[in-house]
Structures are given as C-alpha cells and as structure tokens.
Design a protein around this ligand. Structure first.
Ligand code: SF4
Ligand code: SF4
Ligand code: FES
Length: 488
C-alpha cells in the first residue's frame, strides 16, 4: 500500500455557491487506478463524493474525468501522487458528474429505409476505424472549437462519417455534418489524442466528411479561393514582397565544419509572409554546421487542401515536392512550419526522412547562445505537439536563451482553414490564447509555426517570435559581449 495526496473538484449546486478543490490523503495499492482512489475517498473519507462508473474496464465510457487537465478514463488511468481530478469540461451536475445528454443527443443514429443491405466486407473495413466509440465524451471535453462556437463536436462528426459509410443508413450525413459545424474544426487533433479508443477523428472523419462535402459543392467559398491560388501559383498565400526563395542561393554552406546536410522545405507562410524568420533559421543552422540545400521548385505541401477536403490537386503537389528533393539525392528534409512538417510526415510517403528544425538542431547539437534577461512563454503548435509529438525539443532550445514559464497547450485558432473560413471563431480562440499568455506574466511569446505566430500576434501586445529568431538573438548578444571584451 502507498499513501498519495489527491485534490478532487467538489461542487454541489444545491448548497455550494462556488466549486473548490478538496485535498485527500488516500492509501491505495501499487498500480491503483484513479477510479480506485475515488472509491477510497468515497468509502473512507466522504460518502457524498459523486462520480460515475460502471464497467471498471474501459468499456462503458461513463467514468471519464480530467486528470491534471487531460481527459482520461478513471478506470484505466494509473493514480499518481499530487494528482488533480476534475470533471470533464461539460456542464456540471455534481462533483465529477457532468451533463452528457446535450452532446449525446447530437450524435446521430442510423435511420434504415424500407429496403436495406448489410455492409459488404470492404465497407465494414472502411467503417472499422470509426466504430469503437464508447461515448465517454473525452473528445468533446478537449475540443477547443465547441467552447467558442456552435458545433456538434468530434463524437458527433465521427458518427456522421461512420453512418455516411453505412449502406443501411438513408440520411444525408454530409449535409447534416456541414450544418452541425463541420468547418469549425481547427484540426488541432486534441480529440484524437485523448480518445481512449484511439479514434483518429480529424483524419478519418472530419477531413473525409469535408472531402465528401467538396463533391457536393459545400466547401466554404474562402477555402475554394485558397485552392484556386494553389492551383494557379503553387502557393496557398499571396506574395507581399520578396520571398525567402528569391533571397537565398540553392546551397547555404555552414560557417565552419559541416556536421550534416539537409534539404529545406520552407512552406508558403515562411516563404511569402514571414521570410525574415526563415532567414534567421538559416543563420542559426549555418552557425551550427548544417549545410542547407533549398530546391527552388518546391511548392505548397498541400496541407490547406487536405484539411479543407479539397484533395483533387494534391498528388500533383506531392510529386513536385518529392521529386525536388529526390533529384538532389537528399536523404533528410527539414521543415520549420509545424503544418508542413506534420503533412510531410503523416500525409506523404517520402523516400527521405523528414525532421523538424528543432529536432535537427538538437540532433547535431548547438553552440551555446548568450542568455537574455527575458521571461518567455512557449505556445505549442498543434501540428508540432500532436501532429509530430515534438514537445521537449523547442523548450530545451529556448531555455538556453530565456527563462521559460509554461502555459496550457491550447489551440490558437489558426488551423484547419478556420482562420480563413471562420474568422470569428479564429478570433475567439485567439482571445483564449491571449488570456493564458497574460496569466503567465511573460514578456515574450515563442512558437515554432508561422500560422500560430501570425495569428497570435493579432491577439497579444507581447512580441511573438520563432524559436530560431530567439536563438539568433542569443548568438548576436554573445557576439556583442565578445566584441565588447576584445575592445576593453
Ligand atoms: S481536431 Fe480539434 S477542433 Fe477538430 S474536432 Fe478534434 S478537438 Fe475539435
Ligand atoms: S470518439 Fe473517443 S473520446 Fe470521443 S466519445 Fe468516442 S471513445 Fe470517447
Ligand atoms: S468505468 Fe466503464 S469505462 Fe471506466
């Protein structure tokens, strides 16, 4: 047995005016689950604690709670010392019990016709990745979109897609999904990452429904404009000045010994809108022994088209990009846009390795920069954190230059075509991001994605910089101090 300290959310609307966190010291067996801790509190400390459970084995979905801010199944998650147990982000009935009905009611049910046939084996295979939902609503709790806009939510989108694949169903699930907020999803992947059944809702439901919506002519006009721009120019944003690709030679040699060679995939935003950030990154790479090869014929990775369901032109983009690096015998392609990196890693089949710049810099090691007297916070781009599993690397790099203060990893609202197609929602999510930034008391916001950097700049009065720019500032300060010493 071991004793652990736990904080549990308590709120009884019949007598409490505000919720509070109650501390408990609980004795549990090694390997105990969160649900065992709740049983122990209920049986040994306070029988009034209310929580839900049924199967105790991850099958019924009734026990979902938030553990240290993350939705989990209480019966499956191991209990930890100092853990905080709270209800899902849904209307609270009492303590850990939430009102699931409004969200469950929005999940469609199969409507059979007079005549129907059973799904064929290939249809069953297509439905499989979407059918294991236990309606725990962990995904709904984690979804940033439905906190700011009317949206049936990820669990409902999953079922709409499942039913659209089922020949027994007679309803138009695609049109239904569009009217329920299909285009409000920011592609943040939070729903997938918290789902206890590992259902890939963004890729297997939302993007597929958006592609079906495209065939029905239901794509948002703003998204159609982006697709047209990609077809006509190879880029998803307009030029506003000299591009990055116009400012650099095809090969950038490092200043000292060559430690590695990478091909660079710049992406539309750094190429067209934020070229200086990409130039800063090149300077950091050259200083750290990385030779960079930059094929000029590279084009948009296709992410804006995949996320909005406009995939007709995608194969053309993919082959143009892959050929650009294969032609030069490049075995590692480096990205610095989180969205491009996630797309190249997850939506392409490349004959080369794809690495994010944060991975490259840590893989080969960097010269220590000078420290700056700055308190900074880091915004995790969804497509870096959840799309590529990159969390520690940018933190390790920026901690060499500034003092880092953490904030929750929430979506800023710039992804999934939401910034272009649903600007009010994007602005509301940007405001949520601003509130969390303000709580940290940081002087600077750092990120590692051009879409996030561009969007967050509009919602905070703090400077927003890329990891590479912060490293370069550390190097410039180091050079300045060295020059000062030499003058003295
Ligand atoms: S990807 Fe993000 S915004 Fe989209 S449904 Fe999932 S949690 Fe919601
Ligand atoms: S999709 Fe996953 S997280 Fe969402 S309700 Fe179903 S099982 Fe739970
Ligand atoms: S109690 Fe059934 S899933 Fe946890």
């Amino acid at each position: 047995m071991r004793e652990i300290s736990v904080k549990v959310f308590r709120f009884d609307p019949s007598c409490d005016t505000t919720p509070h966190l109650q501390n408990y010291l609980v004795s549990v067996k090694e390997g105990a689950r969160v649900l065992h801790v709740l049983h122990a509190i209920h049986d040994e400390h306070d029988p009034s604690l209310s929580y839900r459970y049924c199967c105790g084995s991850g099958q019924c979905g009734s026990c979902a709670v938030k553990l240290n801010g993350q939705p989990v199944l209480a019966c499956m998650e191991e209990a930890r010392d100092e853990m905080i147990i709270e209800p899902l982000d849904l209307p609270i009935k009492k303590d850990l019990i939430v009102d699931m009905d409004p969200y469950l009611d929005r999940i469609s049910s199969l409507v059979p016709g007079a005549e129907f046939r059973m799904p064929a084996p290939d249809e069953v295979e297509a439905i499989k990745p979407l059918r294991s939902c236990i309606e725990c609503l962990a995904c709904v709790s984690a979804c940033p979109a439905l906190k700011v806009i009317d949206f049936a939510g990820p669990a409902a989108m999953r079922e709409d897609m499942r039913l659209s694949l089922d020949p027994r169903d007679t309803c138009d699930r695609v049109t239904e999904a569009v009217s329920e907020g299909l285009f409000t999803c920011t592609s943040c992947q939070s729903c997938w990452k918290v789902c206890p059944k590992n259902i890939e809702i963004p890729g297997k439901a939302i993007e597929k429904l958006r592609a079906l919506a495209n065939r029905k002519g239901l794509t948002l006009p703003r998204h159609e404009e982006v697709e047209k721009l990609v077809r006509e120019t190879g880029r998803s944003v307009d030029r506003t000045g000299t591009t990055f690709l116009e400012q650099v030679p095809e090969i950038l040699e490092p200043y000292g010994e060559v430690k590695a060679t990478v091909g660079f995939f710049v992406g539309c935003m750094y190429n067209m809108r934020l070229p200086q950030t990409a130039l800063d990154a090149m300077e950091v790479l050259r200083r750290n022994g990385i030779r960079v090869i930059i094929p000029k014929e590279q084009v948009c990775c296709g992410s804006p088209l995949i996320r909005t369901g406009q995939v007709e032109f995608l194969d053309t983009l993919k082959s143009r990009n892959i050929n650009a690096y294969v032609f030069r015998n490049i075995d590692t392609v480096m990205t610095m846009c989180a969205g491009c990196g996630s797309t190249l890693k997850n939506d392409y089949q490349t004959p080369f390795k794809v690495m994010d710049i944060n991975e490259v810099l840590l893989r080969y090691g960097i010269e220590p920069p000078a420290r700056l007297p700055v308190k900074a916070t880091y915004h995790d781009p969804c497509h870096l954190l959840r799309g590529q599993g990159i969390r520690t690397q940018p933190r390790e790099l920026i901690s060499k230059v500034v003092d880092l203060v953490e904030m929750p990893a929430i979506c800023c609202g710039s992804g999934g075509g939401v910034r272009s197609g649903m600007p009010q929602e994007a602005a509301a999510l940007g405001e949520n991001r601003r509130n969390e930034i303000d709580k940290t008391g940081a002087d600077l916001v750092i990120s590692s994605c051009p879409f996030c950097e561009f969007h967050i700049k509009e919602h905070t009065d703090k400077p927003v910089k890329n990891v590479a720019t912060v490293l370069l500032e550390g190097y410039r300060e180091k050079d300045r101090r060295t020059a000062q010493k030499e003058t003295c």
